[in-house]
Design a protein around this ligand. Structure first.
Ligand SMILES: C[S@@+](CC[C@H](N)C(=O)[O-])C[C@H]1O[C@@H](n2cnc3c(N)ncnc32)[C@H](O)[C@@H]1O
Length: 282
């Protein structure tokens, strides 16, 4: 007989078993996400599913792909916004764009784009800085459900006041309303913006990289990964950049020392902003 274990320990075991089950059944690998935050999100998924306990949730997830899609959405935190962290977009516009404008063609990748607000923000910025026509934007996420929203570019209109304020604070050159039409409580971003964006599903943990990017945005994604996974994903992002390319992280994220070798902090960025330049293999 094994010794009695405290409930917290049993919870951890059950969370681990659920993540193993998801990996074995569906191929999504969340096993190296930060334990405290994935446990919180598993609790939210349990509540939303109506299951009595994690064992029941696991049983149902294994047999019901529709329920699994809901659970995956609960586990992957699609929180995002347009012009999130206006200082970042200001630095992009004022410091990075002048360097990018020397290239005849550009490729940019939003890795973990959630429901697309960040991607449309970048598309607007590129349009205003006259780089839009020469740029291809790849926008990817683990979550198919988030990507469906992103592809439509349709957002609730009660979010637009904040989006507009952050657009203005980021140095936007017009009024955000120039880029959308509003109807029935939603705003739809102009189709012209989407014409240069390829949205597709991509898993940063299990899929390889594609193309040579001039800019990779991986903002507010690495924070969900534990340290070894973060290191592996950063190495992947480095492989996707061309020498001199930019890697942009979320405002509160930093590259760990162990991942810094092929990068240098972009000296044109204000101190608080994690924008790095890839220098090629060290
Ligand atoms: C908090 S959102 C960040 C969205 C946006 N980049 C931003 O900063 O506003 C994190 C996103 O990362 C995605 N994500 C989590 N794990 C992922 C993985 N292994 N591969 C790709 N995307 C992932 C989630 O689905 C979610 O949409």
């Amino acid at each position: 007989m094994g010794a009695e274990r405290p409930d917290g320990c049993l919870d951890r075991i059950e969370v681990r078993l659920l993540l193993e089950a998801i990996h074995a059944r569906y191929g999504y690998d969340l096993r190296e996400y930060v334990p405290a935050s994935i446990s919180r999100r598993v609790s939210a998924a349990l509540l939303a599913s109506g299951a009595q306990h994690l064992g029941e949730l696991q049983h149902r997830v294994l047999r019901d792909p529709d329920l699994f899609a809901n659970v995956l959405a609960d586990l992957t935190v699609p929180a995002t916004a347009m012009f999130r962290d206006p200082d970042f977009y200001r630095a992009l516009r004022q410091r990075v764009v002048p360097l990018l404008s020397t290239y005849p063609r550009l490729k940019m990748w939003h890795a973990g784009c959630a429901t697309g607000e960040e991607v449309f923000s970048n598309a607007i910025l590129l349009l205003e800085e006259e780089l839009f026509e020469r740029t291809t934007i790849f926008a990817t996420d683990l979550s198919r459900r988030s990507l469906e929203v992103a592809k439509q570019g349709l957002y609730d209109d009660d979010r637009i006041a904040k989006f507009s304020a952050d657009y203005a604070a980021s140095g936007g050159r017009a009024s955000l309303s120039a880029y959308y039409t509003a109807a029935y409580g939603r705003v739809a971003f102009r189709e012209q913006l989407a014409k240069k964006i390829c949205f597709f599903q991509h898993d940063l943990v299990t899929d390889d990289v594609f193309g040579e990017m001039n800019v990779v945005f991986c903002r507010n994604v690495l924070m969900y990964f534990d340290a070894p996974l973060r290191e592996r994903v950063v190495a992947k992002l480095a492989r996707s950049l061309c020498p001199g390319g930019f890697l942009c992280l979320g405002k509160d994220e930093r590259l760990p020392d162990s991942s810094m070798a092929p990068f240098e902090p972009f000296d044109g960025a204000p101190d608080a902003l994690p924008i790095y330049r890839y220098q090629g293999d060290p």
